[in-house]
Ligand binder design. Structure first.
Ligand code: MEV
Length: 389
């Protein structure tokens, strides 16, 4: 069967001087509204910018071998050409597209686990996310490596004993990296602060981001806001949001402390808000071209290649983060959230169109709560004559 999730669209999203309509699949409707608001805000200030820094992915053959590691390293160097030759049928198509296995190395990891080594491969998978490609290549390398070690007559009998523990890509892709940013003169933030001066808003905003770079409790929620945007596009385009999340959070902890993935700089009267994040995305293969809704999403985005999708996705993460932090340092988050939530409350209470209109008007300048809406709806219904019901 299927589980349906809401599909929204963010219009007027200016990225690298091109306007996009961005598809988002997410149950939290305020995320789409906040992204659209941030898109409109930056549309008038030069829009979003993004660039892909790198696109390399990695995978490993994890194995156990007991013996002299120098001998093993020498044997690996002697066998490398044969190992690479053995995977040629698997990589021929990817090579034609400009990708494939970029490098293969052996690593001594015996400080982590007795006798533990890795064959560590770097891959370029072009417009595919590449998980199947990388895993197939690694399994073939693992099989060949086992065969070569087990039949190497230069090793003593005990050294021919090798255990291939597993062959698998790594979803940690710090070298598949994209940057997105927005920037403007601080003076252009005049109406961002909703009553605050541009200068005060810029400094309060950047302080909020600084707090998220230093305090783990805040950092997790701050990054959750970024992933509100990112996951929604990743889902809409049929990509693997679990891989993207796991990698993003590991990247946020790369210096030993979990930190905000975004950063804000105010320098020489300029405000710059930026996000750097690894995003291993694909626009061919997997569900991307199979799922009819992913096809619609990619079509809506103008059939981007993987690098373009990386930039779009990072930019929407930044837009979402801007929207959330802007609300937090101005009106507070609940104003917007509860406005969206009111729609859900009205649906739950089965309010009709007229009742919904009256309730929306009544609560436009009041705090929204389920009990408040329930009470007001009850009053409305009581005030209506039985004849007109
Ligand atoms: C809610 O889905 C996301 C936020 O909590 C993000 C944030 O606090 O930055 C609003």
């Amino acid at each position: 069967t299927n589980f349906f999730a809401p599909y929204g669209v963010v219009p007027n999203f200016l990225l690298n001087n091109k306007v996009h309509c961005i598809p988002m699949v997410i149950e939290e409707s305020s995320v789409v509204a906040a992204s659209a608001k941030a898109a409109k805000f930056w549309l008038e200030r030069g829009g979003f910018k993004a660039e892909v820094v790198s696109t390399t992915k990695v995978g490993q053959v994890h194995f156990i071998w007991n013996g002299n590691s120098e001998q093993l390293f020498n044997f690996f160097e002697e066998s490398k050409a044969e190992l690479i030759e053995s995977i040629s049928p698997l990589v021929i198509n990817m090579n034609k597209r400009g990708g494939g296995l970029l490098s293969l190395e052996i690593k001594d990891c015996s400080d982590l686990e007795e006798g533990y080594y890795q064959l560590h491969g770097e891959f370029e998978t072009c417009d595919a996310m590449g998980a199947n490609f990388i895993n197939s290549v690694l399994e073939a390398i693992g099989k060949k490596w086992q065969e070569l070690v087990m039949t190497n007559l230069k090793f003593e009998q005990a050294q021919r004993d090798i255990q291939i523990v597993m062959c698998i890509l790594s979803n940690y892709t710090p070298n598949c990296l994209v940057k997105a940013w927005v920037e403007c003169d601080v003076s252009e933030l005049e109406d961002a602060g909703l009553g605050m001066s541009a200068e005060d808003f810029a400094h309060k905003f950047s302080r909020a981001v600084r707090i998220a770079r230093k305090d783990v409790n805040r950092a997790v929620t701050h990054n959750k806001g970024i992933f509100n945007g990112i996951d929604a596009v990743v889902l809409a385009t049929g990509n693997d949001f679990r891989a993207i999340e796991a990698c993003g959070h590991a990247y946020a902890s790369r210096d030993g402390q979990y930190r905000s993935l975004s950063n804000c700089i105010i320098e020489n009267g300029k405000f710059k808000f930026e996000l750097e994040i690894p995003l291993a995305l694909g626009t061919v293969g997997g569900l991307t071209s199979l799922h009819p809704m992913s096809k619609i999403s990619l079509d809506m985005l103008g059939m981007p290649n993987a690098k373009e999708l990386m930039m779009i996705t990072a930019a929407i993460g930044l837009a979402q983060n801007f929207g959330a932090v802007r609300s937090l340092v101005t009106t507070g988050i609940q104003k917007g959230h509860m406005k969206m939530h009111l729609t859900n409350i009205l649906a739950e209470l089965k309010a009709n169109v007229d009742e919904a209109k009256q309730i929306e008007t009544y609560f436009s300048d009041k705090a929204i709560s389920v009990s408040g809406v329930k009470d007001y709806l009850k009053k409305l219904r009581e005030s209506v004559s039985p004849k007109s019901i």
